[in-house]
Design a protein around this ligand. Structure first.
Ligand code: ZN
Length: 676
């Protein structure tokens, strides 16, 4: 259901496997500006794919890039206008490129590319430009007006009067997604999913479509903009002959080509249904496509291309456009299959009380994939795990596919090497050595245990409402999955199964988990604010609970050295016991729907931050010049043709810079008008 954003899942800063001098050539970190860092990712195994698979990936990667403009327009009605005017100035600027104004314009443009619009990709508030309105107006007058996205007949003066406030007026389009209680979240959100419509009107419009007795409802409203025209509500569908049609037609062109290179019939069925959906906008076809996609488990190559996640709509109905093309990492997937096939053993041997255990448990096989291209709402900032489709009845009836993206996780680990994070925050060389040696392995393993077993373990007592824990439910659920993994990481069974290399390796994850939960994840929180996001709450809940419960025995300590705080773990075995005790309690809370305890636990341990420690951690982090948000530059795929024009190979290169890539995409895949 959730596309797990890396920013939510993982610690800031870095973990690293053993530093090796011989893997130096590939540079993972490309550049850094504002609060963002651009990384590169490798696509290991691409060269070994068959020619047909390479051609399929090439076709699908083109289909992915052709949709890029859609997410800009979905994120805000002026985003394409602003991207294009900034690119025009950036390319054709004749003056001094070293002035503060120009440098800040460049940073602003890079941020627009990163967020697919003028709002922060994570916080969703509007950027504040570091250049002046006068500077921009001057540049817009200085370049050929034909290069600007003017409306027909519009003068440059009129254009400036229209656009400058969009960039500079802090009250205009202030937030992309406003969720504030009590406000009209549609009228106060800058996203472009509704026009002239109030929240009440939108809610009524879609409520009227729903039939409460329909056991297999389509996802109403997911592929359209809702507009009020002459007092009437109208849906503008995103289809080949409708809104965003110019981009969708290009996507269709490449999907047709992809069909010539499919691996098998079930993959062909997926593409056929997707083509039909883009042509018709029929939501029951989208369901048929989703079912075909879930059933296609044997193909090596897989992809998502379409209107998928609804985080960008304050009502959670409209789906943002995204694409990822990938292929299965066969070796790494053996690991998750091994975990899943032992699911029953893990369930039986957990410290959870018998009435709350599942009699028969089925592990989810999360395959590990290698991303080949990212686009739309998945680029440059992206997810490290995906679980789809989102339709509840399809999930219940046909299941879902859960994937973790191995080469992106690896890029995060590699990029963190030598950035000073471990040196600054880890207590001593003993822990640092463990983390460098085993950190990446046990971190991945923890994620696998969390996804493949944790969420699927345990059961509700008869009659307990699945939503009984209300707003505390998400935090408790994430804590449950995390604790299941933490409890099992040191287990001898994992060494027996070959999942952990040594009996001590788990200590790397225990240490980083506690350091993150007690201290370093606070680098993501602005000074003066509390913890909101449920994965972050889950980690602080666990870390503080075991810290408090083990205080008398000094299981875990926060020690000061030269004015700096450090986490010290004195007794790893006792810590495991505490994780087990807390797992049993959290599962009881979930199984019984014990809202009072859930509230007490979350309110007491998970939300508030210690302001002194917070300030200290943020300052130490800033001194390392580290930034909390990361995104990715895609590789470049180039078909190699013979004299007859047939593709005989597809090569991959990683040489492009961030700006080169963004400008090339804007030039070659500029499919939509500036105003839609
Ligand atoms: Zn989870």
């Amino acid at each position: 259901m959730v596309t797990v954003k890396r920013s939510l899942l993982s610690r800031p800063g870095a973990l690293s496997s053993e530093d090796k001098a011989d893997n130096a050539p590939f540079k993972y970190v490309a550049e850094q500006f504002a609060d963002l860092q651009l990384l590169r990712y490798q696509v290991p195994g691409f060269e070994q794919l068959s020619l047909q698979q390479k051609k399929l990936i090439y076709n699908l990667s083109q289909a992915a890039l052709e949709g890029r403009d859609i997410i800009y327009d979905q994120n805000g009605r002026y985003n394409l206008v602003i991207r294009r005017l900034l690119e025009a100035v950036y390319i054709h600027f004749k003056g001094d490129r070293t002035t503060e104004n120009f440098k800040n314009l460049e940073i602003y443009l890079k941020r627009v590319w990163f967020s697919n619009g003028i709002h922060h990709h994570y916080a969703t508030d509007k950027f504040v430009p570091g250049f002046t309105p006068d500077f921009l107006a001057q540049q817009l007058h200085a370049i050929d007006a034909a290069l600007l996205p003017l409306e027909r007949g519009q003068t440059v003066d009129a254009f400036c009067a229209e656009i400058l406030p969009v960039l500079f007026d802090p009250t205009l389009f202030a937030k992309r997604v406003n969720q504030a209680n009590g406000e009209d979240v549609i009228l106060t959100s800058a996203c472009n999913y509704y026009a002239g419509v109030t929240q009440q009107e939108a809610e009524d419009f879609y409520a009227a479509m729903k039939n409460p007795t329909d056991a297999s409802p389509v996802m109403y409203g997911m592929n359209s903009r809702l507009v009020k025209e002459d007092g009437k509500l109208v849906e503008y569908k995103w289809v080949a002959d409708g809104l965003y049609g110019k981009a969708i037609q290009r996507i269709l062109f490449w999907l047709q080509k992809a069909k010539e290179n499919v691996e098998n019939d079930s993959q062909k069925e997926v593409i056929d249904q997707l083509i039909l959906f883009y042509q018709t906008g029929d939501l029951s076809v989208f369901d048929a496509y989703s079912i075909a996609w879930v059933k296609d488990v044997h193909s090596r190559v897989d992809f998502v291309n379409g209107f998928i996640e609804s985080y960008g709509d304050p009502l959670g109905l409209k789906s943002s456009w995204e694409s990822i093309v990938n292929f299965k990492d066969i070796e790494a997937t053996k690991r998750t299959e091994l975990i899943s096939s032992n699911a029953q053993w893990f369930e039986q041997n957990s410290p959870v009380a018998a009435p709350f255990k599942k009699e028969k448990v089925k592990g989810v096989t999360a395959k590990v994939i290698t991303a080949a291209i990212l686009s739309g709402d998945l680029s440059p900032a992206t997810a490290i795990g995906i679980n789809l489709p989102n339709s509840n009845w399809i999930r219940a009836e046909y299941g879902s596919k859960s994937v973790s993206i191995g080469n992106l996780t690896n890029a995060y680990h590699e990029a963190g090497k030598g950035d000073g994070f471990l040196e600054e925050f880890v207590y001593s060389d003993v822990e640092r050595h463990l983390i460098k040696q085993y950190g990446a392995i046990v971190d991945n393993l923890h994620t696998d245990l969390h996804e493949c077993l944790g969420h699927g373990s345990g059961k509700l007592l008869p009659g307990v409402d699945p939503d009984a824990l209300k707003t505390y439910g998400a935090t408790i659920e994430e804590a449950r999955a995390d604790l299941f993994g933490l409890y099992y990481l040191p287990d001898a069974r994992l060494v027996e199964l070959g999942l952990t290399p040594t009996a001590d390796a788990y200590k790397a994850e225990y240490y980083t988990f506690m350091m993150n939960g007690l201290m370093t994840q606070l680098t993501r929180i602005k000074i003066g604010q509390q913890i909101e996001e449920s994965h972050m709450r889950d980690r602080q809940l666990i870390a503080r609970w075991v810290f408090t419960k083990g205080a008398a025995d000094q299981v875990v300590e926060l020690k000061k050295r030269e004015g700096k705080s450090y986490v010290v773990i004195n007794d790893y075995q006792k810590l495991r016991t505490l994780f087990g005790e807390f797992l049993a309690e959290i599962q009881r809370v979930k199984s019984e729907g014990d809202l009072d305890t859930a509230r007490q636990l979350v309110e007491h341990y998970a939300i508030a931050v210690n302001p002194v420690l917070h300030q200290e951690v943020v300052e130490r982090y800033e001194q390392l010049h580290l930034v909390p948000y990361k995104g990715f530059i895609n590789p470049v795929y180039t078909p190699v043709k013979n004299e007859k024009g047939e593709i005989v190979d597809v090569t991959i290169s990683y040489a492009e810079t961030y700006s080169e890539q963004m400008l090339r995409y804007s030039r070659d895949y500029s499919n939509l008008p500036s105003r839609n």
